[in-house]
Design a protein around this ligand. Sequence first.
Ligand code: GAL
Length: 423
Amino acid sequence: MKNIPTPTRVLHVVAAAAALLGTSLAAHAGGEVEVLHYWTSGGEARAAASLKATLQAKGDTWKDFAVAGGGGDSAMTVLKSRVLSGNPPAAAQIKGPSIQEWASEGVLANLDDVAKANNWDALLPKVVSDVMKYKGSYVAVPVNVHRVNWLWANPQALQKAGAKMPTTWDEFFVTAEALKKAGIIPVAHGGQPWQDFTTFEAVALGVGGPEFYKKALVHLEPASLKSPTMLKILTTFKHVKDFTDKNAPGRDWNLATAMVIKGEAGMQIMGDWAKGEIVAAGKVPGKDVLCAAAPGTANSFTFNVDSFAMFKLKNKANEQAQKDMATAIMAPEFQETFNLAKGSIPVRLNMDMSKFDACAKLSAHDFVSTAKTNSLVPSIAHGMAVSSAAQGAIQDVVSQYWNTDNMTAQQAMDRLADAAKTK
Ligand code: GAL
């Protein structure tokens, strides 16, 4: 019976052939999308490659516009000059309030038709879709949710030092001392302003708690920016530096992650893109490299949503290719493949998390639970909380304080409060 082509079986074959044909026909004339991004480390590059492959499967061409530099500061400078010269890329990795800033310049394309056809309003958490819209219309498409408040640690290093994974800042310094005594660099740090700021933000959340964090670093309230709590945060933050090595200045974040993977260093404070490096190195996150919420932040979540904004174009085929890219980004298959490589979790709600590691599962759980307790907060260091001008000014002060031996916490606090006024 098996080999007799029943009508149903024939229909199945015809359907399958049509689907195949459809795929190749879907390879329509094809447009080109020039994509500005800063995903150049091992894990990031794997994630970017999955986006490129997805776009190419639709018959479009990916023109790579990668600007190296973690956190994207250099990429944003290059983007500004390209837009100012009237030659924007088709898509750019832009996040948070910057999306609104670019939209208000009138240079972003409207993605409402794609969003409607694919039901984005229902598929995205509101905290995310609000950021993707300008005056009620979608102008960007989100890729993922990164959690920033993580601590990574090498289990063998901890064991050698007889130390445990810290859950408070007091415990963090006990573990750091023990690692130092065991001859291991306690904290792998990359001394670049955005990495200094990432550490600062973790300390602020852990020492101040989510309510304080929101008052000081989201609403920029002067009374919180100048307060005993802020003084304590600044002092704690600077003490972390005592446990970094002399080669930290200028080091890229992924090299710091590699130090933890190899056990040359014990711990790193970094967002979960570090997990992309761990996976790319063939290690298992949560086992070969441990993950825990940064000290004192187990019940909070600092979110960082990567997204692509599309710039207005004149070429119709390229416009269609932009839409193809936006559609592909929100598809469940892409959300899974990309985020497994990137270290983040899918931004699309109700995704199957079975292929994800323990750290991602914890992140997905905490993303939902912290939203309910008002302890889901936007990352200031990663462009989610305040205007790009205020962010840059505050980051400068934080980094100068970290790097200047004779600047007191009081002086830093005064300058921080001034920087927060930057418009
Ligand atoms: C973040 C970005 C991540 C990650 C990291 C390091 O700001 O959201 O995708 O790549 O910088 O480059």
